[in-house]
Design a protein around this ligand. Structure first.
Ligand code: RP5
Length: 180
């Protein structure tokens, strides 16, 4: 577990709307597994721009080390955060009921940043990967977190190999029946 003081979240998870929360909570879940403290906020770059900028500075001042930002449609949130901080920003493009492009609008809004203002963009709705990437960034300077990530990856390997073994043992028909 990383050390923390009161009100210190090492990772800030921000989203543009509460309609994003069902997906974005995946980042919080995986960070919790790694023992990393996170806080979750709803702060749209378009709807509450001044509040967002105030929050970014506040989070930095309290010891935040990385931002994860999820948004749909004209997804300005990750880029706006990146414009206001020197900390790493991970962007999560989200599908949204308002999207006429199935989430492609958000992908393009988030991924194509101008030189000098990068946002590390994960896949559509991939908040879990955003959480893992944030942990890997923090783990580069913290052996405890790094060990937790190594253990997570080892378990993933074991799980996959066990599935392959089961497939060899029972064949694809029974395997699929078991999944149904
Ligand atoms: C974006 O607009 C949000 O990130 C959300 O994905 C999308 C739609 O927001 P709501 O209309 O559901 O609040 O800013």
């Amino acid at each position: 577990m990383l050390t923390r003081t009161m009100n210190t979240a090492l990772v800030s998870i921000v989203m543009g709307s509460d309609s994003d929360l069902a997906v974005m909570k995946d980042a919080a879940v995986v960070l919790e597994q790694f023992g990393i403290t996170a806080e979750i906020r709803i702060l749209s770059a378009h709807r509450v721009p001044e509040h967002l900028v105030t929050y970014i500075k506040d989070a930095e001042g309290r010891g935040c080390k990385a931002f994860i930002a999820g948004a749909g449609v004209a997804a300005a949130l990750p880029g706006t955060i990146a414009a206001h901080t020197s900390l790493p920003v991970i962007g999560v493009p989200l599908t949204s009921n308002s999207s006429a492009a199935g989430g492609l609008d958000a992908i393009l809004s988030i991924v194509q940043m101008p030189p000098g203002v990068p946002v590390a963009t994960v896949g559509l709705n991939s908040a879990k990967n955003a959480g893992i990437l944030a942990a890997q960034i923090l783990g580069a300077g913290n052996e405890t977190v790094r060990a937790a990530i190594v253990s997570y990856k080892e378990n993933m390997t074991k799980d996959l190999l066990a599935k392959d073994q089961k497939l060899q043992d029972i064949g694809y028909k029974k395997y699929l029946e078991g999944k149904a």
